[in-house]
Design a protein around this ligand. Structure first.
Ligand SMILES: CCCCC/C=C\C/C=C\C/C=C\C/C=C\CCCC(=O)SCCNC(=O)CCNC(=O)[C@H](O)C(C)(C)COP(=O)(O)OP(=O)(O)OC[C@H]1O[C@@H](n2cnc3c(N)ncnc32)[C@H](O)[C@@H]1OP(=O)(O)O
Length: 227
């Protein structure tokens, strides 16, 4: 029987080696809700197969739309822990964010693809748990703040807590997709849940981590945060 598994090279290349030489390239305009943090994918950059697999599993039969996929604007965040400091050939590759919104344009889910290099190791040959938690926190933050902006709110919420359950080791080198969605809202409190998905040798996806978090919308925005 043929294995449905995606070959490792197709998971990692070309995303692991993508460098930001394309910053100067003219890219399609990004809708206002996403523009503060994200830019469009360069025309030559295909959607990662693992992301497409996760999307088709989450919403069977729903077409994957390239214009819903973005990368983080590194120009705006040159010191970001995940999008700058931890990037490297054998560390984190470049993330691809895929946002889903409802008919009113309110963001309902995000899927974030990450190439994972060998330098992210915790247990031998597997991803460090703190790294996985950071990726989930990033996806949850991306979901919460973009959702808030899509509702005409501040989009300035921070993590109050993040609870992670480690269900299975996350292999390196490899790739993962963080999926995040809304649990519930109570005033300024936004409860989010999601998982980190990896591909098993038989080609199916499994959640190697499950998480839930509380984000709190800041009363006076990021500018009010004091050192
Ligand atoms: C953090 C970087 C920001 C600076 C960035 C500047 C510009 C950036 C531009 C773009 C940035 C891009 C991304 C940034 C966004 C997300 C990044 C990813 C996520 C992170 O990596 S972000 C870093 C880690 N994050 C923190 O650094 C937070 C430190 N913390 C605080 O800043 C306060 O602690 C805060 C604001 C959370 C609450 O403070 P507060 O004064 O606004 O509100 P208050 O304390 O009253 O809580 C209100 C209600 O939440 C309940 N509540 C609070 N905490 C709870 C807990 N732990 N468990 C259960 N319930 C809790 C209370 O019980 C109450 O509930 P109720 O209303 O029902 O009584």
């Amino acid at each position: 029987m043929r294995c449905a598994c995606l070959p490792l090279e197709s998971l990692l290349a070309p995303w692991m080696s993508l460098r930001r030489t394309e910053e100067a390239e003219s890219l399609p305009e990004v809708p206002e809700v996403y523009r503060a943090r994200y830019s469009a994918l360069p025309a030559a950059q295909p959607l990662p197969p693992l992301l497409v697999l996760a999307l088709s599993q989450a919403s069977p039969g729903v077409p994957v739309r390239r214009e819903q996929a973005f990368r983080r604007s590194r120009t705006n965040f040159p010191n970001h822990f995940l999008h700058s400091a931890s990037q490297g050939q054998d560390a984190l590759g470049e993330a691809v964010y895929y946002f889903e919104a409802d008919g009113e344009g309110v963001v309902q889910r995000v899927f974030v693809f990450w190439p994972l290099g060998v330098l992210l190791e915790g247990p031998p040959n597997f991803c460090h748990g703190g790294c996985g938690a950071s990726l989930l926190d990033d996806a949850f933050g991306a979901f919460t703040n973009t959702r808030l902006r899509s509702m005409g709110l501040s989009g300035q919420a921070v993590t109050a807590y993040l609870h992670v359950d480690y269900k299975a080791p996350t292999p390196l080198p490899g790739a993962a997709v963080c999926a995040a969605t809304l649990d519930r809202v109570e005033g300024r409190k936004v409860f989010v849940r999601g998982e980190l998905l990896v591909q098993k040798p038989d080609g199916t996806l499994q959640a190697s981590m499950e998480a839930n978090a509380l984000f709190v919308e800041l009363k006076e925005g990021f500018a009010s945060m004091k050192k």
